[in-house]
Design a protein around this ligand. Sequence first.
Ligand SMILES: Nc1ncnc2c1ncn2[C@@H]1O[C@H](COP(=O)(O)OP(=O)(O)OP(=O)(O)O)[C@@H](O)[C@H]1O
Length: 245
Amino acid sequence: MTNSAIKTDGLSKSYGSTRALDALTLDVPSGEVFGLLGHNGAGKTTTVNMLTTLLGPTSGTAEVGGRSIIADAKGVRQAIGYLPENVQFYDNLTLFENLRFFARLSGLRRPDQRIRDVLGILDFEGHDRQRLGTFSKGMRQRVGIAQAILHSPTVLFLDEPTSGLDPEGVRTLRETIVRLNSEFGMTIFMNTHLLSEVTKTCTSIGILRGGRLVHHDTLDRTLSAFPGEDSLEEIYFHLESKPVS
Ligand SMILES: Nc1ncnc2c1ncn2[C@@H]1O[C@H](COP(=O)(O)OP(=O)(O)OP(=O)(O)O)[C@@H](O)[C@H]1O
């Protein structure tokens, strides 16, 4: 039997009369790289904000890492790492100093050893004394991941992680995500628009439309269900436009 890393039941969020997320019921088993897809305004960020406890639901429930987002928000925050779309650092501090600052905020007992380990995982050897202000956008995204995994979370949330990166940055970030999943067993939940990356990275996908989940399956089953289509893009447009049951 597989454990659920993320389990939602009727999770909903309204902003006034806007139903941003409508009764999301979803089970993401541990060990998946799950991609949440959907047009602009479909409800992806709202979903991630609730699962990371930044936003309370209007109704419904969810468990992340076995903890309730409502009854045990603190426990959820200990179990997860989160890379928001626009992550901020102290540009005048070095990489090591930035990570030490965030490690202290997380209350890590032996921050320096853990920071060295994380720098190794993220292939940052030799950069620890470099100021963040000199880093490329791709490197900054990986620093964001380093920060997010300092406290060894079991579930990592990424909001549009490859947004604005050049092809080299996209590839390096993809390799990092795959490695965190395959070597360190982290479950990954990511919002993304980049369908070519989904094909290379994700093991399962969900598609939101107007706040409703219109598709959820493994990537392999999704691709094999449409033998006539030669790209996930075509399948995405087909699934995204199908009527909601
Ligand atoms: N704070 C807010 N107040 C009012 N409406 C909001 C708020 N945040 C989001 N919405 C609305 O909720 C819906 C879902 O927005 P959300 O940002 O979750 O979508 P998204 O799929 O992440 O979009 P994008 O890909 O553009 O980031 C949209 O109609 C949006 O306008």
